[in-house]
Each structure stands twice: as structure tokens, then as C-alpha cells.
Design a protein around this ligand. Structure first.
Ligand code: PLP
Length: 397
């Protein structure tokens, strides 16, 4: 039963009301200008977002999915090629690889960071492998040093799926700037969200930026001079104008997410929920704050019954989705990914969430733990590995 949402999972309106005059003025300015697609707002945003990511170039497109698709094409990936990625992600990562004509090859994720396990990459490399596409799940960057080292050794391109990781850092380097290309989404619920669809590709390589420019606008070098077969993946001016306003706030909002995560960490410390374990060198930007528990389903029901928006990111890994059955994977192929799908529970986190609300979420979780005394006291939060060894009912496939 759907109760009243006392604490929503996400509250986009709360953010808008804080910056309403600036947003409304920006939108009105675009409407008054009569310039709606790929104009001065887009160019300004590209320059500013490249700076933010500490890359030389940015090309804004119409979604994160397009960013991934065009980044793959710009890197020369196509039919007959293989791209190594993960199954614990939103389906768009896999879909974009398939759009390019290449085949996605999954590797499992690490049980502590929940991102691509670099130790599994080399065994997945074949003569057809062209790229590695790690996903910065929930806002924590994948372990990029070993990934880029393997890529260099095998002559592979690295494309970061940074759709959830605006401003995240790995050893002081920003998401999107470590691989050859970085891909972002500005879907409304993302850490930097448009009021509609949007995405961007960032890169230090001018030839990649140039190819994305061509591909997003019908391969036009100049009007009606189509030098390659392209697409319509252009970003519109209204979305860029909104993103230009919001870019001034992203650092403040990210810090608010990080302090809420710290609060959750502290409040949950005596509960049998395994918390995120970002490495010391990482700046996690908490697009999602997920915990793990074998009692996840009970906890989720309890939260929802209490009017608290909670979710699962993601409940069914891509390799077990019906839509991608043709790839030939089956249950059991990626044990860590499948365990996380069974145990993940995402708690509300957004800059406007109040610390008291986070406390209320945890109070509700406390009663969930009390409902399952066998789970309570297992000490999972301090020992993520021990959580893994709990017997658990894996979903029958
Ligand atoms: C949101 C998301 C995408 C797709 O972005 P859209 O803008 O919705 O197309 C791709 N990968 C991940 C990991 C995402 O979270």
C-alpha cells in the first residue's frame, strides 16, 4: 500500500524553490533570444563544465545515453568489437554499447566498492576487445589506476560512465578526466540535473571532441555539408541555461550530500546494514546512499509503510534482464553483482534533506533490524566481507 510520502526519495521541487528567480530568468532569457538549440548557453556550459571536470573539452548532448553512444563511436568502436563493462548499472550503459554495434562483455564488481573489479578485466580481454567502460556507481569512482594501466598495456580505450558522479574524485582527479572520454547525464534526478534530458562528453583529446561535435549534429561540418553519417543528439539552450545556473551550486550541494552520508554512516554504525566503504583517496558524491542487508526486502517494506521513499539501485542486474537475454549470460555468472542486487537498499539523499529526516529514516531501519534478530548483531557494517558469507536467499532465476 502506498502511504503518504513523509520523506520522499528525491525532492526536485525543494531545489527549484531555492533558486527559482535565477532559473526563471535564465529560461525567459532563452525564450526571448529565439535561439533554442546549440547556441551561446550551450557553448558557455561546455566551457564551464570542462573546467569543472578539469578536462580540455566538453560537448553537450541530449542525454547521458547519447553521451555514451557518441563517445563509443568517437573512439572508433563498432560492429565486431567488444567493450568490457559491468552488469551492476543502469541498462543505458549496456544499451549504448549495443547501439554502437559492439558487444558488451561483463565482469563482476568488487564486494567492497561495488564498482568494476580490476582483477577480473584481463581474463575478459580477447583480440576483439577495444574498450573498458567502468561505471562510477552511486557516485564513487571505479578503481581507475589499475583499469587505465591494463588499458594502456592492451591498447584499449577507457570510457567512464560518470552519469552518477559529477564532481567525484579519485586520487585528486575528477570523474570524466581519468579515462580517454567521460560521459555524464543531466537527467533531472542526477546530482546536476536539467529540467528535461541532457548529457555531456568530456575529453582531453581534441579529435574525440571534434567527432562528438559532428556525430551529435548530423555529421555536419558546416550547414548541409555532411561529412559523416551522424545523429540528432543536440542539447537545447533552455537545458544549458538551467545547467549554467545550477553549476554555481553543485559544489555546495555535493558537500550537503556528503555530510548527510556521514550522518547516515554514524547513525547506522550499530545496525546490521553494511554501509558504503569509499577508499580514503576517493571523493564519493553520493548520488545514491545504499546500504546492504539480507533483510533488505523487509526493511524496504517497513520504510515504505512509514512513508519513507527508498529504492534499489539496481534490483535486477543487466545480465539477468529479459531485454538482454541474447547476450547469453545466466544467473550465477556474476556472484557479487547478483548478491548486491539482492541486498542493496537506497536511502533518501539529496541536498535539501534535513539531518532530522535522515535520523528518522534510521530510526525506522532500527525497527527493521529488530524484526530480524538473526540479522541484528552480525556486525556486517564493520565487516563487509562477513555480510557476503551470510546465507541468503538468492532470487530463483
Ligand atoms: C542515468 C544513467 C545513464 C543514462 O543517462 P540518461 O541521461 O538517462 O540517458 C547511464 N548510465 C548510468 C550509470 C546512469 O545512472
Amino acid at each position: 500500500m502506498e502511504g503518504i510520502n513523509l520523506i520522499p526519495f528525491l525532492d526536485l521541487k525543494a531545489q527549484y524553490v531555492q533558486i527559482r528567480p535565477e532559473i526563471d530568468a535564465a529560461v525567459a532569457r532563452v525564450i526571448g533570444s529565439g535561439h533554442f538549440v546549440l547556441g551561446p548557453e550551450v557553448t558557455a556550459f561546455e566551457e564551464r563544465f570542462a573546467d569543472y571536470c578539469r578536462t580540455a573539452h566538453c560537448r553537450a548532448v541530449n542525454s547521458g545515453t547519447s553521451a555514451l553512444h557518441l563517445a563509443l563511436l568517437a573512439a572508433g568502436i563498432g560492429p565486431g568489437d567488444e567493450v568490457i563493462t559491468v552488469s551492476m548499472t543502469f541498462v543505458a550503459t549496456t544499451a549504448a554499447i549495443l547501439y554502437s554495434g559492439a558487444r558488451p562483455v561483463f565482469v563482476d564488481v568488487d564486494p567492497v566498492t561495488w564498482t568494476m573489479d580490476p582483477g577480473l578485466i584481463e581474463a575478459a580481454i580477447t583480440p576483439r576487445t577495444k574498450a573498458i567502460l567502468p561505471v562510477h556507481l552511486h557516485g564513487l569512482m571505479a578503481d581507475m589506476d589499475p583499469i587505465t594501466e591494463i588499458a594502456r598495456r592492451h591498447g584499449l580505450v577507457v570510457i567512464e560512465d560518470a552519469a552518477q558522479a559529477h564532481g567525484a574524485e579519485y586520487r585528486g582527479r575528477r570523474a570524466g578526466s581519468v579515462g580517454d572520454l567521460g560521459c555524464f547525464s543531466f537527467y533531472p534526478g542526477k546530482n546536476l540535473g536539467a529540467f528535461g534530458e541532457g548529457g555531456a562528453v568530456v575529453t582531453d583529446r581534441p579529435e574525440f571532441a571534434r567527432r562528438v561535435s559532428l556525430l551529435r549534429d548530423w555529421g555536419q561540418e558546416s550547414k548541409y555539408d555532411h561529412i559523416i553519417a551522424g545523429y540528432n543528439c543536440r542539447m537545447d539552450e533552455i537545458q544549458s541555461a538551467i545547467l549554467n545556473v545550477k553549476l554555481d551550486y553543485i559544489e555546495r550541494w555535493t558537500e550537503a550530500r556528503r555530510s548527510l552520508a556521514e550522518r547516515y554512516d554514524a547513525l547506522l554504525s550499530d545496525l546490521p546494514f553494511a554501509r558504503p566503504q569509499p577508499p580514503r583517496h576517493a571523493r564519493h558524491v553520493y548520488h545514491v546512499y545504499a546500504v546492504r542487508s539480507q533483510g533488505r526486502d523487509d526493511a524496504l517494506t517497513l520504510l515504505r509503510d512509514a512513508g519513507i521513499g527508498a529504492g534499489i539501485h539496481y534490483p535486477v542486474p543487466v545480465h539477468l534482464q529479459k531485454a538482454y537475454a541474447e547476450l547469453g549470460y545466466r544467473a550465477g555468472d556474476f556472484p557479487v553483482t547478483e548478491m548486491l542486487a539482492d541486498e542493496f537498499l537506497s536511502l533518501p539523499i539529496y541536498p535539501e534533506l534535513l539531518p532530522e529526516q535522515a535520523a528518522e529514516v534510521v530510526t525506522t531501519l532500527r525497527s527493521a533490524a529488530a524484526l530480524r534478530p538473526s540479522v541484528a548483531g552480525s556486525g556486517g557494517a564493520e565487516h563487509p566481507q562477513s555480510v557476503m558469507t551470510w546465507s541468503h536467499n538468492r532470487r530463483a532465476s
